[in-house]
Design a protein around this ligand. Sequence first.
Ligand SMILES: *[C@@H]1O[C@H](CO)[C@@H](O)[C@H](O)[C@H]1NC(C)=O
Ligand SMILES: *[C@@H]1O[C@H](CO)[C@@H](O)[C@H](O)[C@H]1NC(C)=O
Length: 273
Amino acid sequence: MELLPLLFLSFCFLTLSGRTFAAESGTPVTRVTVKEDDDAILPCSLDTNENIESMLFDWKKEGKQVFIYNNGTHHNNDFEDQSVEFKGRVSHFPEELKHGNASIRITDTRLEDKGNYICIFPKSQSGGIRFHIELAVGAAPEPSVTNLDETNDWAVLKCDVKGAYPKPTVEWWDSNNQIIPSEEPQVSKKGERFYVILKTTVKKTGRYRCAATQKEIWHQAHTEINVRLNEFPVGWVIATFVFCVLFVLVLLYLLRTRVCNYINGLQAAREYV
Ligand SMILES: *[C@@H]1O[C@H](CO)[C@@H](O)[C@H](O)[C@H]1NC(C)=O
Ligand SMILES: *[C@@H]1O[C@H](CO)[C@@H](O)[C@H](O)[C@H]1NC(C)=O
C-alpha cells in the first residue's frame, strides 16, 4: 500500500531540492538530490538580485576549490587551482549574473561529488555572504529478477540489486500490493555501493514484483516477473467426470436394450410353445 506514493515520488528525483536548517549553526542549507551521471545545479543567488558580473564569488566543497568567478574571469578560462576532480565539469550561467545568480552546474555527477558545498561572496559588505548547499547523489539501479527453481507447487524467485547508493530496502510484492515474506536479504558492499540479493518462495501462479526503495533520495525502482505453476488441474477433472457419466449412461442404455430384447425373445418363445 505504501508503494504508490513512493512510485509517484520517484518522478521527483531530478528536480528535488529543498531548504532545511543545519541544526547546530542555524544557517539555511539547500539540499539538492541528483542521480549519478546526471547534471546537478547548485543554486546560489543574492536576495538583492544585484548585478554580480563584476564581482567575485567562490564555490568550495569541504576545503576543495570547485569554481571561482571574478569580474569576467573564471575557472574555465584562467584560474589554475581548481580541484582535479572538478576540472572541465563545472560551469556557471553567464546570463544569470545580471540577476545576482551565481548558481553552477556540475555535469556527469559521481557518487564522490556528494557532500557540503558553500558559495561565498568574500568581498561583499558585512565581510562575506555564504550559502550552504548539500548535494546528495544516488545510484539507483533497476532490480533484476529471475526464477531460480520451480516445481509444480512452488517457485524460488531471486531479486538482485547491484551497486545501489544509499542502501536500498528490497521487498517482494504480490499483485494485491502486499509484501510477501522472503528470506533474509544478502547484503554486500563494494566501495560505497550496496549489492542486495533477496529470495522468496511463492506457491501461487501470479505476477510478482521486486521493489528497491531508497527513501533518502526519494526513489523507488521495481521489476516484475510472471510465475505459472501447474496447480491442481480443475478443468481436466471436470472433463473426465463428464466423460465417465456419459460412458455409464451409454452403457446402461445398451444394457437395457439387450435385456428387453432378451425378455421379448423369451415371451415369443413361450407363445410359440
Ligand atoms: C572588472 O574588469 C574591468 C575590465 O576588465 C575593469 O575595468 C573593472 O575595474 C573591473 N572591476 C572590478 C571590480 O575589479
Ligand atoms: C539561477 O539560474 C539557474 C540556471 O539557469 C536557475 O535554475 C535558477 O532557478 C536561478 N535562480 C534564481 C533564484 O533565479
